[in-house]
Design a binder for this molecule. Structure first.
Ligand SMILES: Nc1ncnc2c1ncn2[C@@H]1O[C@H](COP(=O)(O)OP(=O)(O)OP(=O)(O)O)[C@@H](O)[C@H]1O
Ligand SMILES: [Mg+2]
Length: 409
């Protein structure tokens, strides 16, 4: 079989031919196909039996180009292999937070998986000030489990190296290198500035040699620190939630990289959402802003606790696992402390890069773009840029997320 594009007309015929999908449907006579258009890169469909909504699947296909830009913007279908590998790995360590894969085809670059349409995109929920009591608990679990179990602390040396080579995702990494770490910091034609954002604020980042040097350090870390198998694009539109459950979707940028990149991406997008509420005066918005800060704080705190427990558990089962035997009883502890301190610093640095690129770069976030008033948006953007710059430059000196006194920004 060769690659061909799935569409509304041929999708049912294709699904009917797959035993793994046949099992999900009692009949295809009343099946409905709905194209999902909120993604940019790939085609996505929800297929449902109109007589029984429980019989449904989500279908995602990567074309050899960026869907919304068309064929003149080629992009290798390798991204779908990265997504398949990442989903497979993530569901092996954290199955309750990853959509179940029913079928996959590398030839067609297709994934057929659990339909999550009873869940909503986290970013949308946050914009609407929805209460999500499980968020920090669930996301810290996802981060701790996926990052720990693919690290050198859990994997034998040879398995870790095999994972690193298998997870190479060079075209998607290049997109991140350009659009997260390079273009937003220079005068690039792809950048998209709010016309109301003051030039001096933009210059305070782009023309500040100190900031530029720190951003370059983060880019270098991104490119040279294969610590764990990352999701690679863990922003708040890569999470689907309802009050009971949290799922992480869309790991097409997955590769072996620095742990702080995943944690930082999530935290950055939560902070951007924070700035979109913190200027409002209603009691509901004030409470929601506080809940967001608490959630960020909890996310790191819980992540740290869970990552450490996994590490301790692993050490107890295999004393010489990473460092060899601890002869004084405190060597392991000293290393764990130093490792987590560096991880917090990386997390803050990557969070800063993500916040800045969402404001100066081309890929905007709805949390800010919902405001048509450009002046208001510029005020929020300026606050977020100041905070990101402070976080970036001082990232080595923080111990947790308590430090951030928002009134300073
Ligand atoms: N398992 C699922 N069940 C139901 N809907 C889903 C599922 N996974 C994703 N979606 C919906 O489909 C949309 C597109 O999915 P996804 O983000 O994986 O595609 P994408 O093309 O990679 O998007 P992007 O351009 O944002 O990277 C999501 O925004 C979400 O609304
Ligand atoms: Mg995607």
């Amino acid at each position: 079989m060769e690659y061909y594009q799935l569409n509304q007309a041929n999708l049912i015929h294709y699904l009917q031919s797959l035993p793994e999908v046949q099992q999900k449907f009692s009949s295809f006579d009343h099946v409905e196909v709905r194209e999902i258009t909120d993604g940019n890169m790939n085609y996505a469909f929800i297929v449902t039996n109109k007589l029984d909504a429980n019989q449904s699947v989500f279908v995602k296909q990567a074309p050899p180009y960026i869907k919304v830009l068309g064929e003149e913007w080629p992009l290798t279908r390798q991204r779908m292999v990265a997504e398949m590998n990442a989903l497979h790995y993530q569901s092996s360590v954290c199955p309750e937070m990853v959509p179940k894969v029913y079928y996959q085809s590398e030839v067609l670059s297709v994934l057929i998986m659990q339909n999550l349409s009873n869940h909503a995109i986290l970013r949308t929920e946050l914009i609407q000030e929805r209460c999500l009591p499980r968020l920090a608990e669930d996301l810290s679990t996802f981060l701790a489990e996926t990052l720990f179990y693919s690290s050198d602390f859990a994997l034998p040396s040879a398995d870790k190296k095999a994972m690193v080579s298998k997870s190479s995702n060079q075209d998607m990494c290049k997109i991140t290198e350009d659009f997260v770490f390079t273009y937003p910091f220079e005068h690039h034609e792809m950048n998209d500035y709010n016309p109301a954002l003051s030039q001096s604020v933009i210059d305070s980042i782009q023309k500040n040699p100190n900031v530029r040097a720190h951003i370059a350090q983060m880019k270098y870390t991104f490119m040279n620190k294969p610590e764990a198998l990352l999701h690679g694009d863990l922003h708040t539109s890569s999470v689907m939630v309802n009050v009971q459950q949290t799922f992480v979707i869309d790991p097409e940028f997955s590769f072996a990289g620095p742990m702080g990149f995943d944690i930082g991406a999530l935290i950055a997008n939560l902070y951007l959402n924070y700035f979109s509420h913190a200027h409002k005066s209603s009691a509901g918005s004030v409470d929601y802003s506080q809940w967001l800060l608490q959630t960020i704080d909890d996310l790191w705190y819980k992540f740290e606790g869970k990552f450490l427990s996994l590490w301790l558990e692993h050490e107890q089962s295999d004393q010489s696992a990473f460092m060899g035997k601890d002869l004084t009883g405190d060597s392991h502890q000293a290393f764990r402390h130093a490792f987590l301190k560096q991880l917090l610093s990386d997390t803050l640095g990557f969070a800063a890069c993500e916040m800045i690129r969402r404001i100066l770069g081309v890929a905007k976030v709805a949390d800010f773009m919902q405001f048509e008033d450009q002046k208001l948006r510029a005020t929020l953007e300026t606050q977020a840029l100041k905070m990101a710059t402070t976080m970036l430059l001082n990232r080595q000196s923080y111990k947790n997320f308590d430090f951030i006194s928002m009134s300073r920004f």
